[in-house]
Ligand binder design. Structure first.
Ligand SMILES: NC(=O)c1ccc[n+]([C@@H]2O[C@H](COP(=O)([O-])OP(=O)(O)OC[C@H]3O[C@@H](n4cnc5c(N)ncnc54)[C@H](OP(=O)(O)O)[C@@H]3O)[C@@H](O)[C@H]2O)c1
Length: 324
């Protein structure tokens, strides 16, 4: 599977918002950090696994239908076969509950095997898959969804996303609404949509998307998209929260200095930054040590000056131009 053919044309940076204060200013003034701290203390986010006594148990956020979604999960693109099984099982054993896969990743069988190997009850997990463009349309979407269930060997999904806004979006959404009402998907959403496409979907359908999964990281911060999603009550989820290491993210001197200050790694600073923005992040790793490291972000805070410094790293453009 070529990554090039797999991922999205998407240009949310063209988006306009009616918000007076842009997100960078919000963060620079310190209001963002204060608000995120207040969000945490008011219980907007709470521990996902109430029974998990680990220091790093993962907080969750309520979606627009009341379902709670963990704010951190495991991305699985390219994790297939034995590696995929091992990574998913390791992640769940470490405390992850959200697992993100997609039909086009070709790994739903391995992801399902990893889930079963973990021994954790299905209802404690939050499993996401995505409808690929070849399966767009009312009838095909129903079949595509069932194929994902069969491969994962589960009888429902927590979240099902339209992977890309191509083909018969409205017909696909109708099918997803019906499956949602039948109780076989707990929440439905989209990925890589332009604001106008989201507006159209919302205007012509009964169920509003609960989640929008888009490229978001320190080099493409998506402030305007974030504001738009907030205004519409749609949860922002970040794909490629490390930009896959592009633009030398893992050796960036600015991020390294912030990491050193907090005795953390660059990866942990990036994930903490997503968390403090209230964005769900799904970092991928094939290494157990990294999977564990990426979970260890709930015992420190980025302060106003850290947030302002990171805000200044925004290049406001995709790091995946080959997918545009
Ligand atoms: N909806 C969409 O269109 C879309 C598009 C892309 C991705 N996604 C989803 O988002 C997930 C995450 O995005 P991604 O996989 O593209 O990239 P990513 O999570 O931004 O980066 C993955 C890379 O980071 C490395 N890494 C992970 N943890 C690390 C750590 N602690 N220290 C150093 N390096 C670390 C990994 O290497 P190691 O394996 O060596 O740790 C891997 O090379 C995907 O897996 C997929 O589930 C969705």
């Amino acid at each position: 599977m070529g990554r090039k053919s797999q991922e999205p044309p998407h240009n949310m940076n063209k988006e306009r918002t009616s918000n007076g204060m842009n997100r960078r200013h919000f963060l620079q003034t310190g209001a963002g950090f204060a608000a995120s701290t207040m969000f945490l203390s008011l219980g907007g986010i709470r521990s996902f696994a109430a029974t998990n006594a680990r220091e790093n148990s993962i907080p969750s956020v309520p979606l627009n239908n009341g379902l709670r979604m963990p704010l951190l999960g495991l991305g699985t693109m390219t994790l297939d076969g034995d590696v995929g099984v091992r990574c998913v099982a390791d992640a769940i054993a470490l405390g992850y509950r959200l697992i993100d896969t997609a039909m086009i990743y070709g790994n739903e069988v391995s992801v399902g095997a990893g889930i079963r190997q973990s021994g954790i009850k299905r209802e404690e997990l939050f499993i996401t898959s995505k409808l690929w463009k070849a399966d767009m349309g009312y009838e095909q979407a129903k079949k595509g969804f069932q194929t994902s269930l069969d491969k994962l060997k589960v009888d429902y999904l927590d979240l099902y996303l339209i992977h890309r806004p191509t083909g018969d979006v409205q017909g696909s959404w109708k099918a997803m609404e019906e499956i949602y009402h039948a109780g076989k998907i707990k929440a439905i959403g989209v990925s890589n949509f332009e604001p106008a496409q989201l507006d159209d979907l919302i205007a012509h359908n009964e169920v509003k998307p609960a989640v929008h999964q888009i490229e978001t990281h320190t080099f493409f911060q998506e402030d305007k998209a974030h504001d738009y999603l907030k205004q519409h009550g749609i949860q922002h989820e970040a794909w490629a929260p490390f930009a896959e290491g592009r633009n030398k993210l893992f050796t960036n001197a600015t991020l390294a200095a912030i990491a050193k200050k907090h005795n953390k790694t660059i990866a942990q600073v990036c994930l903490r930054w997503h968390f403090q923005r209230g964005i769900v992040a799904i970092p991928r790793s094939s290494q157990k040590a990294h999977i564990a490291e990426n979970l260890n972000i709930f015992d420190f805070n980025l302060d106003d000056s850290d947030l302002a410094t990171i805000a200044a790293l925004d290049l406001n453009t995709t790091q995946f131009p080959e997918w545009s």
